[in-house]
Design a protein around this ligand. Sequence first.
Ligand SMILES: [Mg+2]
Length: 323
Amino acid sequence: MSSSEFSVIDEFFTRNFSQGLSPALGIGDDCAVLDVPKGKQLAVSTDTLLEGVHFLPNSDPQLLGHKVLAVNLSDLAAVGATPVWASLAITLPVIDKVWLSKFSQGFFELAEKYALQLVGGDTTCGPLSITVTIMGLLPQGMRLTRAGARPGDSIYVSNTVGNAGLGLEKAKAACTDIVDEALVAYLSPNPRIELGCKLLGLASSCIDISDGLSADLNHILKASGVGATVSHESLPLTQAVRKHMAQDADWLWPYSTGDDYELCFTVPLDVNLDGLKGELGESITKIGVIEEEKGLRIQTKDGEQIILNKGYDHFNDKWNAYI
Ligand SMILES: [Mg+2]
C-alpha cells in the first residue's frame, strides 16, 4: 500500500460506527477478521460497477456512492440476508478529494441506514471502477434461492418495473431533474432489504431484478426447472412508463429494462401475504403463475400469448436467449 493509498482510506473510508456488528479486526490491517454470531450463516456477494459500462461517465459521485452499495445490498435482499459488513475496492484515474468526499458521503449515508460497517478497502490507479463485497447474516439453514419455485406458485414483484430503465434513457439524454421519479429510481435505487428478510420462510424462490424482469424471472424458471405465465395487464407500471411504452408502441419494453433492483419472488398458493402487505413500506403485486410447462409466456388482455425466453442486452443492443 502506497502512502497516498493509505491516506485515501484513512481520510475518506475510516469511520467509527456506533451501530452494527463491529469486526474483531477492521480497516488498517492486512485482513479483516469477523466473528459470525452463533446460529447465523454468512451470505457474501460481490458486484463491480465500471464507468461507461454500468454507469455513465461523469456521474454524480454522491449518487454513485449510494448506488454501488445499493446494488450490492439488493443481492443480500434477494437471499433474505441482513447486511452487516462490506469491503470496498476502488480504482481511480486521479485522487480527487472533492469527488472522494462526495462519493464516501453517499456510500456511508446508505451504510448507516442498515448499520453496515466497512471492514476493508483497497485503492488503485486506473479507469474508474468500484467493487463492493457485501456480507450479511441469515438464520442458520434459512435462505431464499432461485431454485424453489413450484407449479401453482404465485409470482410477485415489489414496487414497479421499468421505472429505472426510463431513468437511464433520461440520464443518457442529459436530464438532471432531481425530482424526476424515473431518474431518481435509476440513479438512487432502494434495495428491498426489509422485504427480503420478511420473505424468509414464506417465499419459495426470489431474485432481484437487475437485468430486466424477463431475464431475471427466466433465471428463477431455469433454476427451478419450471415455466410461467405472466399477465401483462397486472404488471405494476408508473404513468411515465406507460406513456413511454405508448409513444414507442413497444409494450414489451418493461420486461427488458434493468436496474430496477426490485424483488421478483414466488409464493405457494397456501401462503397468505395479507399480513406482510400491511407491514411493508412498499407495494407488492401478483403478476403471474408458475407452471409445469417450461418457458416464460406473457398473456395480453386480448388473449394473445407471447413467448419471452430472452432478455435484452442493452450494451450489445440485441436479445439474448436464456433457455
Ligand atoms: Mg442479483
